[in-house]
Design a binder for this molecule. Structure first.
Ligand code: FES
Length: 161
């Protein structure tokens, strides 16, 4: 599915010129800031960034695809990370994931059409005693089961931009 968004190239120009003074050494930080603006890096900005910095488009592309924190696919406003580490697995992480598949109608690694949620898995968040655990953005929620997960997600669903 295609979740095309409008990109404001003037805003990106402004960022590159004013904040980073067209410094090609700042490429990673520029891509971080673009991620901050759109929650991902819209692929159409890559050649534009390359032109502005005077570097080959292939260089921008390779940096944008090298770091796991960067994505060229749209991400949801809310990133739901389900812990699938051993302790959470034993405590029912699979049931949590299955409930989320049903509720959000997406699979792991996907984003809802309304760009509200992206579903991911992570390996141990360091709070195994509270498992199964999920993180939504910066909030951690533990002691979940397949029913209790739903109101947690609804909390974020109700928080419209
Ligand atoms: S295994 Fe899930 S928090 Fe450690």
């Amino acid at each position: 599915m295609e979740n095309a968004i409008d990109v404001n190239l003037a805003e990106i120009d402004n960022l590159i010129e004013r904040k980073y003074r067209n410094n090609k050494e700042a490429l990673v930080m520029i891509l971080q800031d673009i991620t901050g603006l759109y929650n991902y890096i819209p692929p159409q900005v890559l050649p534009h960034v390359a032109r502005k910095l005077g570097v080959p488009p292939s260089k921008v592309f390779s940096v944008a695809t090298f770091y796991k924190t960067f994505s060229l696919e749209p991400k949801g406003k809310n990133i739901v990370s389900v812990c699938t580490g051993t302790a959470c697995h034993v405590r029912g992480a699979k049931n949590i994931m299955n409930s989320l598949y049903k509720d959000l109608k997406i699979k792991e690694g996907e984003t809802t059409d309304d760009l509200m949620f992206t579903l991911e898995s992570v390996r141990c968040m360091g709070c195994c005693a509270s498992g199964p655990v999920i993180r939504v953005n910066k909030d951690t929620h533990g002691g979940l089961d397949q029913e209790r997960i739903i109101p947690v997600i609804n909390q974020y669903r109700d928080e419209k931009a």
